[in-house]
Design a protein around this ligand. Structure first.
Ligand code: GDP
Ligand code: MN
Length: 389
């Protein structure tokens, strides 16, 4: 689960990590007022669930409150497309206005879960800022990493080694040690999957400060933090994903044109692989789970049809707990309710498979039956390319 930069900064601040003075605005008038409070000169930042805003025009240094208001008008409601958002971008609905800080140096600092070692790993670089991905690609030796032992935790001498390697000395080095130790405390207390400060800066006045902050919580730990659901900004999520979550369906948006309705995550992965092998591009995958009911299948079908990238549907279901005729009823019900005319290929196997196939054949829908996974996948690909009707 992601949160906005301003929320992440509030958390860091409660752990003693310095952040710039700032205000969140919901309208361009509020942006102007906040800019006045900061004394005119300020930084105006679009709040979206993605980084790369600086290069995409979502962060601007402002000199007058009127200029802030103008920029606010430009940003609000607009979809900001950055390297991390995908082609549709993310709508700006909140803007952070902060005091402008004179920056002397920019660092990169993060703690994230390393799935390979199953441990937190601290990552730091003296070359932080907007080009950190390039640094990682071109000069990986400039990226420092430290795997944290969960039993001994992060030790002050380890944090000091990192601070010294960043080229810090004296009191600012000690401040950095404290900041790194506090960052690790945030990770543990808040069950973070990722905390990233980029850039962490030394200001011209000689202070360390978190200029940007990103936090992702571990979804499996949300139940331990009652305040997390209220922190979520649904405007930043795909509405179809929200709808799917409501019905306990796992829906993942992809970039192709074939909607995939599957039961079970393993079968879903296999379906995507075989589709790709046949030259098809999945538009999404929707896992209805092992014991899906007719209503659930119908809802899943509706969600797939709302995805306007979908040009055809591939259903791959194994009727184990779930009977194939019940699944067929769910598909027919949903397809008729929304007047679906898209080509559909159904591959099903398991309990009552013949009854299920008969229902589909007699439904009057534009549906073909796949004899097996490979046959089903190549059928939907050929139907979309116009090779078969
Ligand atoms: P991101 O591009 O989404 O990661 O957004 P950031 O919050 O990191 O902002 C992009 C860049 O704007 C940073 O790397 C800083 O160099 C710059 N920046 C952000 N806040 C300030 C500020 O208060 N003063 C100055 N001078 N630069 C800032
Ligand atoms: Mn940043």
């Amino acid at each position: 689960m992601n949160i906005h930069e301003y929320q992440a900064k509030e958390i860091l601040n409660t752990y003693g990590i310095p952040i710039p003075r700032g205000r969140v605005a919901l309208t361009s008038d509020q942006v102007e007022r906040a800019a006045k409070m900061m004394g005119g000169r300020c930084v105006v930042k679009a709040q979206i669930y993605a980084g790369g805003r600086g290069k995409a025009g979502g962060v601007r240094l402002i000199h007058h409150p009127e200029e802030a208001q103008e920029y606010g008008k430009e940003l609000f409601g607009r979809s900001l497309v950055t390297k991390q958002t995908g082609p549709h971008g993310l709508k700006v609905r909140r803007i952070l206005v902060e005091e402008a800080v004179e920056i002397a140096r920019e660092f990169y600092l993060s703690i994230t879960l390393d799935r390979e070692s199953s441990r937190y790993v601290l990552i730091a670089s003296a070359e932080g800022g907007m080009d950190i991905e390039d640094v990682a690609g071109k000069s990986p030796e400039k990226i420092l990493t430290l795997t944290i032992d969960p039993f001994s935790g992060l030790r002050p001498f380890q944090a000091r080694k990192i601070a010294l390697a960043l080229g810090l000395a004296g009191t600012i080095c000690e401040d950095c040690v404290e900041l790194i130790l506090n960052l690790y405390r945030v990770c543990l207390d808040k069950d973070c999957a990722l905390i990233e400060i980029n850039p962490l800066v030394v200001t011209k006045a000689g202070w360390l400060m978190a200029m940007d902050a990103k936090i992702s919580f571990d979804d499996n730990a949300i139940y331990r933090h009652r305040e997390y659901p209220d922190m979520m900004d649904y405007s930043q999520l795909d509405p179809l994903e929200i709808n799917a979550a409501k019905y306990d369906l796992a829906y993942i948006k992809l970039s192709g044109s074939i909607g995939c309705l599957v039961n079970g995550a393993g079968l879903a992965m296999a379906t995507l692989d075989v589709l790709k092998e046949c030259g098809g591009e999945p538009a999404n995958f929707l896992d209805v789970g092992g014991g899906a009911t007719r209503e659930k299948v119908a809802e899943a079908f509706r969600i797939i049809l709302q995805d306007c990238d979908v040009k055809g549907i591939f259903v791959n279901i194994f009727g184990g707990i779930m009977r194939c005729d019940v699944i067929a009823q769910g598909i027919i019900e949903a397809a008729e309710a929304v007047g679906c005319t898209l080509p559909i290929v159904v591959r099903m196997d398991g309990s009552n498979v013949e009854e299920g196939k008969t229902l589909l054949r007699e439904s009057g829908l534009n549906v073909q039956i796949g004899n097996n996974l490979g046959d089903g996948a190549s059928r939907i690909v050929r139907m979309l390319s116009g090779e078969v009707q």
